[in-house]
Design a protein around this ligand. Structure first.
Ligand SMILES: NC(=O)C1=CN([C@@H]2O[C@H](COP(=O)(O)OP(=O)(O)OC[C@H]3O[C@@H](n4cnc5c(N)ncnc54)[C@H](O)[C@@H]3O)[C@@H](O)[C@H]2O)[C@@H](O)CC1
Ligand SMILES: Nc1ncnc2c1ncn2[C@@H]1O[C@H](COP(=O)(O)OP(=O)(O)O)[C@@H](O)[C@H]1O
Length: 580
């Protein structure tokens, strides 16, 4: 987008100045919110007389992100702040303005970052080399380090490898200084140490920001994997009128034209779910589909996984599906009926019975607690074959994914059949990183280091629509105009408990079964959003619980999958983004 903007004739240094100016205004406002506890407007606050009391420590690297930092220093100094720039990766001669002007010529024009440095130095902004603090026993950075606001302009979207040596030290020192001074940490564009394309942080070493001032467009890495743990609150600074670019890309896509990939967002960030429409008064249970959940096995007479099928079934009912049958091990029928008397039961191992029900059902969800032994694998193969023969929508989760991986290693024909089938009929697969690793025959760290590439590879290998679960779940939907990827911008770490994935598979199946809903409301991304919002609803819930009748926040710890069905119903009535 930036390149398209420059090609239209806009000046890159002009854009950098625009970015820095807007960021300086936000910094001023954030300072006031934290220290003066006011909400005064940005435009009037910039030149207040007491700005000379305000101290900013701005840490810059050699790239354009550092360029932004130099210009922020310039604008804050103009506004009267005490500003110190801490540099990393600079030689002493880089600060000699005359020397820099001499070495730049037509063959080597001055970079935007160097121009920015020159602007700041000409305005007499103070600076110190971080490297000098290491050689000085008294730590010459000590005084400069004390500030109210710390600005991280070390690395932006160019950061792509583990920080070593001085770069490792500088990130640690920044975080320590913020903590020691109880100061505000503001990241320019993206916290340094976080990889913009993947959300990866190497060895948990990245700037821990309170606020990230995100330039031009949201970076994918801010919303998946480690991103949310480091970026704090995100403030968008769009800079470029991007709607025009997106509209053009969308119309090119509709015209079947070759879309300029640079103009297509890698993923859409989702923050809301659709509210489900009211049911027709003149309807009956058969109008809302029949879900068959296949799972909940008992393996080797010991391990029991009945809960997986029960949780999935309960969530299916919570979405409003008309009927549900659970094919699980007979040992769990009693438990199932105690917690979910609305469900019908079948013996998982009664293949004739289950196959007959596959004919009747409108959606099949398979795999939750199915077991991984050879007997379970044989059941999986029969039931998937039956579902394909009956042209039934499929949701495959947990042990079902394990069998799929094993069939793929065996070069089993079912893999090709399923891929072909998924072109015309819904097949939705929901691995977490461990399951995705097994499916792709990789190790988990490979999968985690590039979640976007992983979900694309899963879809290319097996066909169908996918969720790659985890913090910032990814969704890939095969649509008529190509694959669309979404990032789930809701959900929380309280959901990192056993059974939450079973709940998700139930929501997916439940929505799929309800033919009265539009395709968007039955979509995979809608199910993922309902699930995430339900988790958020629960942790933000207040309960009147103590003796003085005070409301208590429930919080993340202790959240259980069995709490989810009630919250799923709640979210479906509201539909909207409640807490983010
Ligand atoms: N005019 C412009 O071009 C604009 C640029 N913008 C800023 O420019 C940033 C991107 O700038 P750059 O592309 O220069 O990237 P960075 O400023 O992130 O710097 C990249 C440099 O750091 C090096 N590097 C990466 N990882 C490293 C590591 N672990 N250890 C040591 N060195 C490492 C790279 O080799 C490269 O030299 C954006 O994030 C944004 O802040 C914005 O101001 C918008 C306008
Ligand atoms: N930190 C988190 N932030 C957001 N969502 C999470 C987080 N941890 C787990 N979840 C969600 O909870 C569910 C957990 O699924 P899974 O790991 O398959 O659990 P199980 O197999 O025990 O049912 C997924 O939908 C996942 O995206």
């Amino acid at each position: 987008m930036e390149q398209a903007w420059f090609t239209e004739g806009h000046d890159s240094f002009g854009l950098m100045k625009q970015a820095a100016w807007q960021m300086a205004q936000h910094i001023e406002q954030l300072y006031e919110q934290k220290y003066l506890n006011t909400q005064s407007s940005m435009s009037t606050s910039m030149y207040r007389s007491d700005t000379s009391q305000r101290k900013a420590s701005i840490w810059v690297g050699r790239g354009n992100n550092g360029g932004d930092g130099w210009l922020i220093a310039y604008y804050l100094r103009q506004a009267g702040w005490q500003v110190t720039v801490i540099t990393v990766g600079f030689e002493t001669q880089n600060f000699d303005i005359n020397h820099t002007a001499e070495v730049s010529n037509t063959a080597h024009p001055m970079t935007d970052a160097t121009k920015a440095l020159q602007v700041a130095l000409a305005a007499r902004c103070d600076y110190q080399r971080f490297e000098d603090s290491n050689s000085c026993p008294n730590d010459s950075l000590g005084i400069a380090l004390s500030a109210d606001v710390y600005i991280d302009a070390l690395f932006g979207i160019g950061f792509d490898r583990a920080p070593e040596g001085v770069y490792e030290q500088v990130i640690r020192r920044f975080n320590d200084a913020v903590q020691q001074n109880n100061a505000l940490a503001i990241a320019v564009d993206i916290p340094s140490g976080l990889v913009a394309d993947t959300g990866e942080v190497f060895d948990r070493l990245a700037i821990q920001a309170d606020i990230t001032l995100c330039l031009i467009a949201r970076k994918f890495g801010l919303h998946t994997k480690d991103g949310m743990d480091y970026s704090g609150g995100i403030i968008d600074i769009p800079l470029i009128p991007f709607q025009k670019v997106f509209d053009q890309a969308a119309s090119d896509k509709n015209d079947g034209q070759d879309v300029n990939q640079a103009n297509v967002p890698v993923a859409m960030l989702l923050k809301t779910a659709h509210r489900l429409t009211a049911r027709r008064q003149n309807s009956y249970k058969g109008s809302y589909g029949h879900v068959l959940v296949i799972g909940g096995n008992r393996v080797d007479q010991s391990q029991g996984m009945g809960g997986a099928a029960i949780l999935s079934a309960a969530s299916t009912m919570a979405t409003g599906a008309g009927k549900i049958t659970v094919a699980c091990h007979e040992r769990f029928h009693g438990a199932l009926l105690t917690s979910l008397p609305d469900a019908m039961t079948l013996n998982l191992h009664d293949t004739d019975g289950v196959e007959a029900l596959i004919k009747e059902a409108s959606v099949i969800a398979i795999g939750m607690g199915l077991g991984r032994d050879e007997k379970a694998k044989a059941l999986f193969i029969s039931y998937i074959n039956a579902a394909i023969a009956e042209k039934k929508p499929l949701v495959i989760d947990a042990d079902g994914l394990y069998h799929l991986a094993s069939l793929s290693r065996d070069n089993h024909e079912l893999i090709t059949q399923l891929r072909d089938y998924s072109v015309d009929y819904p097949v939705r697969l929901t691995p977490h990183s461990g399951e995705a690793a097994t499916l792709l025959d990789k190790n988990i760290s490979e999968v985690e280091s590039d979640r976007l590439a992983t979900i694309k590879q899963c879809a290319a290998t097996y066909g169908g629509d996918w969720v790659l679960k985890g913090a910032g779940s990814l969704v890939l939907e095969q649509q008529s105009k190509g694959a669309q990827i979404y990032v789930c911008g809701v959900g929380n770490a309280g959901m990192a408990t056993a059974g939450m994935g079973d709940v998700l598979s139930g929501v997916i199946a439940g929505l799929l079964a309800q033919q009265d809903l539009t395709s968007d409301m039955r979509s995979l991304h809608q199910a993922v959003m309902i699930h995430g919002l339900a988790g958020d609803t629960l942790v933000n819930q207040m309960r009147r619980a103590d003796s003085d009748n005070n409301a208590l926040l429930i919080g993340q710890r202790g959240l259980q999958a069995q709490d989810m069905p009630a919250a799923i119903r709640h979210v479906m009535q509201l539909g909207v983004d409640v807490y983010n």
